[in-house]
Design a protein around this ligand. Sequence first.
Ligand code: SF4
Length: 408
Amino acid sequence: MTTSVPPEHPRFPNGISLYVHVPFCLSKCPYCDFNTYQGIEEMKAPYVDALVREVRLWGGLLDHPRLNTIFFGGGTPSYMAAGQVEAIMDAVRASFPLGVDAEVTLESNPGDVTSAFLESMLSLGMNRLSIGVQALDDSLLQMLGRRHTADQAREALQLSRSAGCSNINVDLMYGLPNQTLDQWERSLGSALDLAPEHLSLYCLTLEEGTPLKRWVDEGSLPTPDPDLCADMYGHARSAMKGAGYVHYEISNWAVPGRHSVHNMAYWENGPYLGVGPGAHSSLDGRRFWDVTSPRQYIQRSRQWEPEAYLSVGGMAWELLSEQGPLGGSETIDNRTEMAETMVLGLRLLEGLDPEGFRKRFGRLPVEVYGDQVAQLVRDGLLEEDGGKLKLTEASLFLSNQVFMRFLD
Ligand code: SF4
């Protein structure tokens, strides 16, 4: 018997990544500025219909490239009914071939993680669960407006493990108003006791327009101390190392071999498609994004058939913005792509490979950014190590200062 190997895709021979945005949350957390909403549950069913149409649309327009990863993010994907996630997965499978080892991640809130939920998700092909724990301290969880307790978060992890999830990420936040170093050490230690394969540790950003920012501005909560945040990051670095995790990106740690394949595609500035309200895509030297409003997204979706756009010839960007899912699109010029490749690549602890950069752009980073690189090396913020360009220990927590030099 012979097996046929699918022909290589002419535009995306190495495949692409898919991000699926779910814009629903049971309640809006006061620190969150993502494109998510509470109180629009009546849109869930029509949103799934629209999303299915968008997935089919891109499958046809892109000529069905292979998916290396799928990431259900949001919002709260675990707030969808299993049947709704199944309808989306069915559309994805019908529109795109999946890589043999495709990583399929679903973000979930601890309160949604039940035995029935886990059984459904595993049967739908999810092989990575990302749990938004955020803190393992009830007073901090309350301030963050989270609906779960620390005990519920622990139970969610234990339940996931016993249900057969073998690739679990935990999100935790530090640098919170009123959070002490001792609280952070205990939260992280408690998370490590649960032995997830991956941890994303984020320093809180006070986003403009959020209630948490307003509370801090008004003085009802203290401003987080940046020196304390740096100490918390330093503690994380040593605790994670002591527990055997590899620090592979500024905010991400994994047991060996369990890094996030999906996020690596972003950091390597690879091609990805985003579907759902507000989702961004970067493909073929073009960046495009869906309309932000779930209502508008749903209203427009009835006209989404690949044939309507393919008949125009080429990629009908204007039409896709007028009637299709897009809110806009722009060409990524060479200079922007180089700068973004630098910034994203430097996020990785192993550093940016100058040779890979040269293969992609025809020039080495020092030929494009010689002055910036030399100055950053003199300032102790960048180093050359093993042929790679890397952030230094001193600049890991100050990486934005480095990145700004490439994004003029
Ligand atoms: S659950 Fe997540 S996405 Fe939803 S509001 Fe809270 S932080 Fe934002």
